[in-house]
Design a protein. Structure first.
Length: 329
């Protein structure tokens, strides 16, 4: 073959006789594709960040049923000008470094990917009004550890209550934390968010939207601009929205997420987030969940021999049990 594929050729090519031949061999090479990041997904339409420009795109046929989610790094061809009415095509999705999942609820084992390639999960929790709900924090932490993401507690409304009693619950797990209040200084939080991709979760009333707007002053304008194209509101169908921080890095707001189903989380995977504890379970009986009711768990032996911090083990087991709690976030 002496010439490159043109756009028309690709369109023609991508209309395959679906079940009669493997497609991977003859796929066009997309030499002209550019890199993009998926910032939000709405009814099969994807908003991408391509070189600082917001570009609308759809999946190309060769991707088939492969899911494309917020945070995905993609290759894209076609019109990437971002001009009104333009539509580019996603032709490749890169392997994901991390995957934050949730099950719709604990009785429904269908996994949904919330965000790909994020490295930090920020659990936003008010210290008062509404009262903190540690079990919900626990569930978000389980999701973070399961995803291989670093957790961060962001405790808001510190002008209303002291953080100490809540923090004591998480100290033995080594969860880092920052404290904020309305109108307060966000420098410490900004530093923790800088140059990484952080997903913010929190139930209503904790001040998450206030934080997002303070961190990304352009947030409302950007969401409005994209919605002008898709004709959707921010709180309707999207469950995640990626926003660029002025100082470098990204945050992912999750306005559509009201629950964190954990049915997909495997205990043997959860303990891998705690290598020191994981090491102590090497001689556990086959199938041991490392929970408090396990008769011969290595964690109990380690406590008895003074090798494990009982509080840390207890906190880990609390997380393990949180998988079975009510799902509301
Ligand atoms: Zn065990």
């Amino acid at each position: 073959m002496t010439r490159r594929y043109t756009e028309e050729d690709q369109e023609h090519y991508e209309r395959p006789r679906r079940h009669t031949r493997p497609r991977t061999k003859d796929r066009p090479s997309y030499d002209d594709a550019v890199d993009g990041t998926v910032v939000t997904v709405d009814r099969g339409r994807f908003t991408l960040a391509v070189d600082g420009v917001r570009v609308m795109a759809m999946k190309s046929r060769p991707l088939g049923r492969k899911g494309v989610v917020v945070g995905d790094r993609v290759r894209v061809v076609g019109d990437v000008s971002g001009a009104e009415g333009s539509l580019a095509r996603i032709v490749e999705v890169a392997d994901r470094a991390t995957v934050l999942r949730r099950t719709a609820d604990d009785d429904d084992p269908v996994e949904r990917i919330v965000v790909a390639n994020a490295d930090q999960l920020v659990v936003v929790c008010a210290l008062a009004d509404p009262e903190p709900r540690p079990r919900l924090i626990d569930r978000a932490l389980v999701a973070a550890y399961d995803a291989g993401m670093a957790p961060l507690l962001c405790l808001t409304k510190s002008d209303l209550a002291d953080p100490e009693s809540l923090l004591s619950t998480y100290r033995s797990l080594g969860v880092p934390w920052v404290v904020t209040h309305k109108g307060g200084n966000l420098d410490e939080l900004r530093e923790r968010l800088s140059d990484r991709t952080s997903v913010l979760v929190g139930h209503s009333g904790v001040g998450k939207s206030t934080l997002v707007n303070a961190l990304v002053p352009e947030a409302n304008r950007e969401v409005g601009r994209v919605n002008a194209v898709t004709g959707r509101g921010r709180h309707t169908s999207t469950s995640a929205w990626m926003l660029e921080l002025p100082g470098g890095g990204w945050i992912v707001d999750t306005p559509g997420i009201r629950s964190f189903g954990l049915a997909h989380v495997q205990p043997e995977h959860l303990i891998e987030a705690f290598p020191d504890l994981d090491e102590m379970t090497e001689d556990c009986p086959r199938g041991c969940t490392h929970g408090a009711d396990e008769p011969e768990c290595g964690l109990d032996e380690a406590i008895a021999e003074g090798q494990a911090d009982p509080e840390r083990v207890e906190s880990f087991r609390r997380l393990l049990a949180a998988r079975y709690d009510a799902t509301a976030l």
